[in-house]
Ligand binder design. Structure first.
Ligand code: BGC
Length: 705
């Protein structure tokens, strides 16, 4: 930050009364009875979910530039004219809804994520929102947890790449540009460890696993310049994340040098009382502030108690001042002091732009994963009568997925209509809205397109399930159709990996579309009929059955690993000891071969080149996500059986070959060692260049240290 800017906020702080300081730490999600005088007297630092009721314009779900400018005007009429920062949950698009974050990760394409975040920032900022509570960076190893939909899956490397890209996309190079918004990396940290996948439950994780698995995406966000972080609801290792000084101050500020601000999650400061670490609101407020939470999201306990705690000498004023400075710093960096208002004209030009919709379609295409394609049933060709059925047949807003407060169903081409627009003239589409009709019509059709899955309400915050199978009735429907012996293309819409052990064998082809967003219908249709080819890869392991979770590819080996000759190996007695589909898995309409793995040396000193030749040996153009995995054979702490260390998306024409090169550095071998330090240890390493986490070409090298 420039010296001038730092001086400016210091001088502002020096003029502030205690009430004004505490005001900056207070974030409100106002209802219709909100007292605007709080703004006029400088007692609020941030508003979110501002809606029409506040400006006397009645209820509107989304806010508008006019409403937000009106509220900003009130805040600027206060003595020191400090602008508000308007926040909102703009999670995977604003009006133009992109695929859910888990689907975005399935694209293994951070550049697309960056572009989508930039398009989202442009839309949200056009209505005056300058701060989003995204990206969500929680590593998730348990798909029962509903919030698995909101993050990038199970892998820290992929998670870190996506984190940095999303932060760059939202914030750009210059946060003060009017079409950029401040990002908020959430939920710091370990929220995905919630026991049993039950949201809000506590979790336990060792310090090395915390540092090597859960923290890397957040560190990447900080390195990319993220302006804010949100502290998680979770009780992690006995200290709720919102009261955790080690995480919020020692690691975040001390080790990583973060200079922005931390906001609590919704009422998570007050919840310190229910957690049983605070006696009352005043105690909760002191714990959170001391730990490093600068802004109180809606619980109002800073607002109600900090002045009294200061008067009683229970709190040093320096802790308040520091939090105020961090908030002012980000407001300054976002250009709010110079440009507090939003040009209302932008709303007319910047929402739902054709290029944003195009991007949403491309993102959906690249995030859909082909899990099975028996006898190359897909792309569908030469089908005279295609029966289309299933609960998603007429889907519109259901294609959005979780957290889309500003998405509108009327902006979406319904699935049946999208299919109609892309079906070749030689294929007749038959739609069946009920199971009875479908069974009746199936006899006379040449193939069946079955659209199953979970409604968005079944994933997202607190959308946890104890059973990962399809919702009731759907599997039976598939089984009944399968009895008829017609080829079946199964399409699954979902916010998580579902356990499809029984369903996969019944279908001839299976596409996993997640919740694909506003252009989902067109993207799916293009893939079904071959205008586009699928190229997504699983960013999370797919279990066979619910009882198999947590299951993730980068696990430790155990003393009796799967594959060893011992009788007593790690397994369930009633289940194959493998996932249904491994992390990184996904097919396309052509085939790729991997040949000729070469290392530039058998020893890594500072770095090493890993090369292989990739060939499109099929008959159609296609994209492959080439993945680089490592395994450290011996460590001072046990090491994962494989860890992703690189990936590249490569597009090749039929018959074309390309040499794919990865550079491995010493840093990529590093981990949290038994003495707590971070670094690599000398010894032998396995390396794979692979199409997924369970296969690939193998080589080995030594690291000398
Ligand atoms: C969620 C956050 C969200 C916040 C504000 C909380 O319940 O955990 O992810 O940003 O609400 O809506």
């Amino acid at each position: 930050m420039s010296q001038d800017a730092e001086l400016f906020i210091q001088q502002l702080l020096a003029q502030m009364t205690l009430q004004e300081k505490i005001g900056q730490l207070h974030q409100v999600s106002p209802g219709g009875d909100f007292d605007l005088n709080l703004l006029r007297t400088g007692q609020v630092g941030s508003l979110f979910n501002a809606d029409g009721a506040l400006t006397g314009q009645g209820f509107s779900k989304s806010s508008s530039a006019e409403q937000i400018n009106h509220l900003q005007q009130q805040a600027l009429s206060a003595r020191l004219h400090i602008p508000l920062i308007f926040g909102r949950d703009v999670i995977h698009g604003f009006r133009t809804i992109f695929p859910i974050p888990l689907a975005q990760a399935a694209s293994f394409n951070p550049e697309l994520a960056e572009q989508a975040a930039a398009a989202t920032a442009r839309e949200a900022s056009a209505t005056g929102i300058r701060w989003t509570f995204a990206p969500m960076l929680d590593i998730a190893r348990d798909p029962r947890w509903g919030r698995v939909a909101e993050g990038n899956g199970e892998d820290p490397y992929l998670g870190a790449q996506m984190a940095a890209a999303l932060v760059r996309g939202y914030q750009g190079d210059d946060l003060s540009a009017p079409d950029r918004i401040v990002a908020c990396a959430k939920h710091y940290v370990g929220y995905g460890t919630a026991e049993g996948g039950r949201d809000y439950e506590g979790g336990e994780v060792s310090e090395p696993t915390l540092r090597d698995v859960y923290l890397p995406p957040f560190q990447a966000a900080v390195q990319a310049g993220v302006g804010t972080l949100m502290s998680a609801f979770i009780d992690l290792n006995g200290i709720p994340a919102t009261a955790n000084h080690h995480l919020l101050t020692e690691i975040l500020r001390g080790e990583w040098g973060f200079d922005g601000f931390v906001v609590s999650d919704w009422e998570s400061i007050k919840e310190l009382i229910a957690h049983g670490v605070a006696e009352d609101e005043a105690h909760a407020a002191r714990l959170a502030l001391h730990a490093g939470v600068d802004m109180d999201m809606v619980s109002a306990v800073y607002h109600r108690t900090l002045a009294d705690s200061l008067a009683k000498g229970l709190l040093p004023i320096e802790e308040v001042d520091q939090a105020v400075l961090r908030i002012l710093r980000i407001k300054q960096r976002a250009g709010l002091f110079d440009q507090p208002f939003t040009d209302p004209q932008r709303e007319k030009q910047d929402l739902l732009r054709p290029e944003a919709r195009q991007l949403a379609r491309e993102f959906a295409r690249q995030s859909i994963v082909l899990l099975k394609n028996q006898a190359n049933l897909l792309p569908l060709q030469g089908i005279r009568r295609l029966l289309v059925t299933g609960p998603f047949l007429r889907a519109r807003a259901e294609l959005f997925g979780t957290w889309t407060p500003d998405g509108r169903g009327e902006d979406v081409t319904p699935l049946d209509e999208g299919l109609r627009q892309h079906t070749p003239r030689t294929t007749e589409l038959w739609f069946a809205d009920s199971t009875d009709m479908a069974l009746h019509m199936a006899h006379h059709s040449d193939a069946i397109l079955l659209l199953l899955g979970e409604h968005p309400v079944r994933s997202g915050e607190n959308g946890n399930v104890s059973d990962l199978r399809l919702p009731p009735g759907q599997s039976e429907f598939l089984a009944a159709l399968a009895e008829l012996g017609k080829p079946i293309v199964l399409v699954i819409f979902a916010g998580r990996p579902l356990a499809l052990e029984k369903e996969i064998p019944l279908a001839n082809a299976v596409l996993y579309t997640w919740h694909p967003g506003i252009e989902g219908a067109a993207a799916l249709a293009e893939i079904l009929f071959g205008e586009a080819a699928p190229s997504g890869r699983l960013p999370i392991t797919f279990p066979r059955r619910t009882g198999q979770v947590p299951i993730y590819y980068n696990h430790k080996n155990s003393g009796r690993p799967v594959g060893s000759s011992d009788l007593f190996i790690t397994r369930y007695s009633d289940l194959l000891p493998r996932p249904l589909f491994p992390f990184g898995y996904g097919l396309t309409y052509t085939q790729f071969s991997y040949n000729d793995l070469r290392l530039s040396s058998s020893t890594l000193r500072k770095q090493l080149q890993v090369q292989c030749t990739l060939t499109n040996c099929g008959t159609r153009p296609g994209s492959e996500v080439v993945q680089l995995y490592l395994h450290d054979r011996v460590g001072s702490l046990t090491r994962p059986v494989r860890e992703l260390k690189g990936f590249q998306r490569v597009t090749l024409q039929p018959g074309e070959s390309q040499i794919v090169t990865f550079t491995l550095t010493e840093e990529q071998l590093a981990f949290t060692r038994s003495d707590g330090s971070h670094g690599a240890e000398p010894g032998w390493f396995d390396v794979w260049v692979a199409p997924d986490s369970s296969s690939g070409l193998h080589a080995e090298f030594r690291y000398e240290g």
